[in-house]
Design a protein around this ligand. Structure first.
Ligand code: NOJ
Length: 550
């Protein structure tokens, strides 16, 4: 199947931006970010070039897991505003050319959700079978996702006098999604938010969501959900969290028409990227890209550098993981669950601006759609002493004034303290970077602009070009007569790279997409490029008759 009408498949060339209302901008100065705050920063995000916002859970919640513990699926946490404010944000974002997706967290609820309260206290309640109850836990339990906090996935509930299942924290009982009544409720949740104007969902914990009691994956349910989203909203996307090896992950896209998840995060590519960074050798990333499964044309990969969780390294071998730990998380307190790192990228790279720029350049040039985590565009760091995943969930740094310009409230009232030290707001903030043309913010804006002029990144064929230098990844993306060639050097010292450009005639030219640099192709289409340490390039190949904007 070849899809030529790209206009409705917006996710193929989208720029996603993930933020949590709680820490983005506090408009009423109660210490907690809110919808009105976000509304006042929509122009900033549109100017950055973002095309789709991903809002972290903003539902009523006891917030024992950053909002991923939901007690009401069809409401907004009153700390953020109300549904009217939500609709204003959706509407204003659309006006600025941005879509909005929300988290769909239906593998589990909070234990404070009325469904669980009814289920645990009343055996005759219609909600009893919304959860899995057992008199005894099974002899062999699968591993809990938070192994340093929970020792299994079955927990005894005093009220029910039985055990219930929880893949994550014990306060997050798993819904029984094989129960048709649960499926009906989930459908209503999806229908509700689509009616509120969202363009789809980031779907939490998908492998757990479709797991049956017998441990089978019910892909039929994912197909049902996707079909339903598609019927209710032509533009609705399902961007799924599936952290599995490619061979298993590809099944979650569905058949050759791509009838399950629309998009998936590339966790394998992400983990191999960090291994490559640790080794200063691009080979692990190149191998990941070579083995990344082909998808249906309507599907897409979501490329990311960091997200709101730990940087999980669970798919690396133990030796590989230790290499990354030693390079980027030398201290035990920077590690979590025995598998991940609780730091943001810039401190891991000792704040080296060349290396940080190289990584973001790479993210925007890899085949797929980029997903930014708030603050990445200015190079925010983590809070060094905040425990666990909170370290990367600190207030957005808008300026170097009180509370980084996030809120005028007493600092004690903030959900998390502002980052201190070398990555604190005196050194890293939006206001300063807006006025500095050498800043990361300017560079990211330039990268997004180049990405948006290059639909071959979202749609094209990938080819890894030979360079003879393991520290350099050279990749070409081709779509019809469009071609982009990108070079990224993982080593601290320079390299001269010779590339072979194909289908060259006397009028073929190469134009740099990020800076004003000349390139000279020889008669055979060979090109020599001098790369500095941690350097990067984006080159547009202009062939005769091409009318491309560079
Ligand atoms: C994945 C989310 O990204 C994470 O933050 C959360 O703790 C778990 N799912 C449980 O919802």
């Amino acid at each position: 199947m070849r899809v030529t009408d790209t206009s409705d498949l917006w996710w193929k060339t989208a720029v996603f931006y993930n933020l949590n209302l709680e820490t983005f901008l506090d408009w009423d100065d109660d210490g907690i970010g809110d919808l009105e705050g976000l509304a006042h920063r929509l122009d900033y995000l549109a100017d950055l070039g973002v095309t789709c916002l991903w809002l972290a859970p903003m539902y009523p919640s006891p917030r024992q897991d950053n909002g991923y513990d939901i007690s009401d699926y069809v409401g907004v946490d009153p700390r953020y505003g109300h549904l009217g404010d939500f609709v204003e944000v959706v509407r204003t974002a659309k006006d600025r050319g941005m879509r909005l997706i929300v988290d769909l967290v239906v593998n589990h609820t909070s234990d404070q959700h009325p469904w669980f309260q009814a289920s645990r206290s009343d055996p005759s309640s219609r909600y009893r079978d919304f959860y899995n109850w057992r008199d005894e836990p099974p002899a062999e339990q699968r591993a809990n996702m938070f192994p340093d906090v929970e020792d299994g996935v079955w927990h005894y509930d005093e009220v029910a006098g039985k055990y219930y299942e929880h893949s994550f924290y014990r306060h997050q009982p798993d819904l029984d999604t094989t129960n048709p009544a649960v499926r009906d409720e989930i459908a209503k949740v999806i229908g509700f938010w689509l009616q509120m104007g969202v363009d789809g969902f980031r779907v939490d914990a998908v492998p757990f969501l479709i797991q049956s009691d017998e441990g089978q994956r019910e892909h039929e349910y994912l197909r049902t959900l996707r079909g339903y989203v598609g019927r209710r909203s032509g533009s609705g996307v399902m961007l799924g969290e599936v952290n599995l090896p490619y061979a298993d992950q590809v099944d979650f896209f569905g058949n050759e028409e791509g009838d399950e998840l629309t998009m998936q995060f590339d966790f394998v590519g992400n983990q191999q990227l960090y291994l490559a960074l640790a080794r200063q050798d691009a080979t692990p990333l190149i191998e990941a890209l070579r083995s990344r499964p082909a998808t249906a044309p309507t599907n897409q990969w979501g490329n990311f550098v960091r997200n709101h969780d730990e940087l999980t390294l669970d798919q690396l071998s133990e030796d590989e993981r230790n290499e990354v730990f030693e390079a980027f998380a030398p201290e035990e307190r920077q590690r979590i669950h025995g598998r991940g790192i609780t730091r943001r990228l810039p401190p891991m790279l000792d704040g080296d601006p060349r290396r940080i720029s190289m990584v973001y350049s790479l993210m925007f040039s890899l085949p797929g759609s980029p997903v930014l985590y708030y603050g990445e565009e200015i190079g925010m760091g983590e809070h060094e002493t905040l425990p666990r995943r909170s370290a990367v969930r600190t207030p957005m740094q808008w300026c170097d004034e009180k509370n980084a310009g996030f809120s005028d409230a007493d600092p004690e009232a903030l959900p998390f303290p502002v980052v201190e030290g070398g990555f604190g707001p005196e050194h890293v903030n939006v206001s300063d970077q807006m006025h500095d043309t050498t800043s990361l913010l300017h560079q990211v804006r330039g990268l997004i602009s180049a990405y948006r002029k290059s639909p071959e990144i979202g749609w094209g064929e990938l080819e890894i070009l030979e360079t003879g230098h393991p520290c350099v990844i050279a990749h070409a993306l081709t779509l019809d007569d469009r071609q982009l060639i990108a070079l990224h050097n993982f080593a601290p010292d320079g390299r001269t790279v010779t590339l072979q450009v194909t289908e060259v005639d006397s009028s073929t030219r190469l134009v740099d997409m990020l800076e004003d640099r000349p390139y000279q192709l020889d008669d055979e289409g060979r090109l020599e490029v001098n790369l500095d340490g941690y350097d990067h390039r984006w080159m547009r190949v202009i062939r005769s008759g091409s009318k491309r904007l560079v």
